[in-house]
Design a protein around this ligand. Sequence first.
Ligand code: SF4
Length: 168
Amino acid sequence: MSGAVILFVSALWIRWSIHNKKKSSGIPEGLILYSDLNVPAAPLFSGRYRLTGKPDYILRKENKCIPVEVKSGKGSHPHQSQVLQLAAYCQILEDTSGVFVPEGILVYNNVPYTIHFDPKLRFELESVMKTMRASLRSGVIKRNHHEPGRCHHCSMRQYCTDIIEDSS
Ligand code: SF4
């Protein structure tokens, strides 16, 4: 197979698998502008807030750009930390595109939740970022939970000095 044919086939495969993933995971319809699903995408960066991140998708729907993050987990509703992660993606997308981002979508256990990026959530995000930056400057970073499972799956566990070991 020539290189061009291989590229064409892999592009078709990516489109097909994204389409199937969308159908099976409750992601609303819309034009996909960005996906970190099959091929790792370049991270987006907000110079204003010095924030970087990669949402699972960016959808274009009714002239809006909407970040989408897909999660699974215990419980029936998204966790607040996931809402804040999505809020950070909304902020990054707004800063990189220069266009107002009114909401994002959190698909939690195959159910889509529209999260409004409203003044309250913007304020909360900013206040969490301020707290995190102050902790980083002071060099004292305290754990904010008592859940061994979170530490068990945490990508920072090799660097963390406040880890809870899972005793089960
Ligand atoms: S390993 Fe450290 S950074 Fe990760 S969840 Fe546990 S306490 Fe937090």
